[in-house]
Design a protein around this ligand. Structure first.
Ligand code: GDP
Ligand code: MG
Length: 252
């Protein structure tokens, strides 16, 4: 069976890989990038959530990816011109080389990277496509970007195929589905190494990860029946805040 992501790749001439500006190396998938290139498609990266990272550092990081890359922010409505420009450049090239009159653009990426937000940003749509919907419960459609450029309306989710691919920095740890304590510890361990806003947002010290989760549970009054801090509930809340970009970090 052909997977949905393969379908999108096969049907598109241009593929946008959406990554999270906070953790680029964790949210790009080189295996899929290679596959896209092998198929002779035009690939570029869009790093979303630039509003929560240092723009200068991000620019520097993107210049070293080896793939054309731009950044955008749904929150600040930034970057759509640059994204549309790259689409136009790709479309122009493909049309000239292959004598095509319609160009299809597909969007792929890990969960929570900002795929739906990017589609909304470049189509000027405010309609929120619920990100919690399982991918492709509906048949996807193409939105007209220009008279000869069509954009897919539903992005392809890069699914975690093995436990290693389920990783807190990839945004694919779903607190509604899995135990979060160990993932929260790992996230806090990263936060100790990289520039971040955790102490400010959570209003705790993150010097010791285990203590940090306990402190946060107490602060939020997440308590078990015996009065002890409900650390799993606190961990879930921390993961939620990471996934929806209230927490920031820059993993360089
Ligand atoms: N701060 C900020 N948050 C964003 C941005 N783009 C997406 N998000 C948030 O990241 C989470 C996932 O976004 P979504 O577009 O649903 O990601 P998808 O799962 O890849 O479709 C949501 O909570 C969004 O509000 C952005 O540019 N800036
Ligand atoms: Mg989505």
């Amino acid at each position: 069976m052909v997977s949905i992501i393969d379908k999108i790749i096969n049907q598109s001439d241009i593929i946008i890989e959406v990554v999270d500006a906070r953790a680029i190396d964790f949210t790009r998938n080189k295996r899929i990038e290679e596959k896209i290139k092998r198929k002779g498609k035009f690939l570029f990266v869009v790093a979303m959530k630039v509003d929560v990272v240092d723009e200068k550092k991000l620019k520097e990081k993107l210049s070293k990816l080896g793939v054309p890359a731009v950044y955008a922010s749904f929150k600040n409505k930034k970057g759509y011109r640059e994204v549309r420009k790259l689409i136009n450049i790709g479309a122009y090239k493909i049309k000239k080389e292959r004598n095509k009159d319609k160009i299809f653009v597909g969007v792929i990426g890990y969960t929570n990277t900002g795929k739906s937000s990017l589609i909304n940003l470049i189509t000027f749509s405010s309609k929120t496509r619920a990100s919690s919907l399982p991918a492709f419960t509906k048949k996807y459609q193409w939105i007209k970007l220009k008279k000869d450029i069509m954009l897919i309306d539903t992005a392809g989710v890069i699914e975690a195929k093995n436990p290693k691919e389920l990783h807190v920095l990839k945004g694919n740890v779903n607190p509604e589905k899995v135990e979060c304590y160990d993932h929260a510890l790992e996230l806090l361990r990263y936060a100790k190494r990289y520039e971040n806003n955790f102490e400010k947002v959570l209003d705790i010290s993150i010097e010791d990860e285990e203590r940090a989760i306990e402190q946060y549970a107490l602060k939020r009054k997440f308590l078990l029946k015996d009065g002890k801090p409900d650390v799993e509930r606190a961990a879930k809340e921390i993961i939620r805040k990471w996934n929806n970009a209230e927490l920031s970090m820059f993993v360089d």
